[in-house]
Design a protein around this ligand. Structure first.
Ligand code: FES
Length: 132
């Protein structure tokens, strides 16, 4: 498939058209979509395929390129952690290129424990009391 493809970012409710072969993380950043969970961008490897913070879930895995060796290694670990129906949709956005129309969910809630801290869940944080 070649030409332009429609990428819909579900959480951001944004649809964009990108050419075949566009890097998914690059398109996120280009259109103002944050591919990282809260603070994830600060510790990311900036697209080198090492950190996993740019992980997204895609509805149509076949609409992206075949995972590279590096990404496949990372996804293998993810498959061991998550339910098969979740893991089969995960991709590293920095390693994936668009080959067809695709729906993308950034910051998929797949990391057990990640959102349980009040900072990430939106629950009130009780401030520390400094004893006098
Ligand atoms: S940005 Fe680090 S793996 Fe994608």
């Amino acid at each position: 498939m070649s030409g332009m493809h429609r990428v819909h970012f579900r959480n951001e409710n944004l649809t964009v058209d990108v050419p075949t072969g566009t890097n998914l993380r690059t398109s996120c950043l280009q259109f103002g979509v944050d591919p990282y969970p809260v603070l994830g961008g600060l510790v990311s490897c900036r697209g080198k395929g090492f950190c996993g913070t740019c992980m997204v879930s895609v509805d149509e895995p076949s609409a992206l390129c075949t995972p590279s060796k590096r990404e496949a290694k990372f996804l293998k670990k993810a498959k061991a952690k998550y339910a098969p129906e979740v893991a089969e949709h995960l991709r590293l956005s920095c390693q994936a290129t668009v080959q067809g129309d695709v729906v993308v969910t950034t910051d998929p809630d797949t990391k057990p424990g990640w959102h349980t801290h009040p900072y990430y869940s939106g629950r009130p944080i009780h401030s520390w009391k400094i004893s006098e």
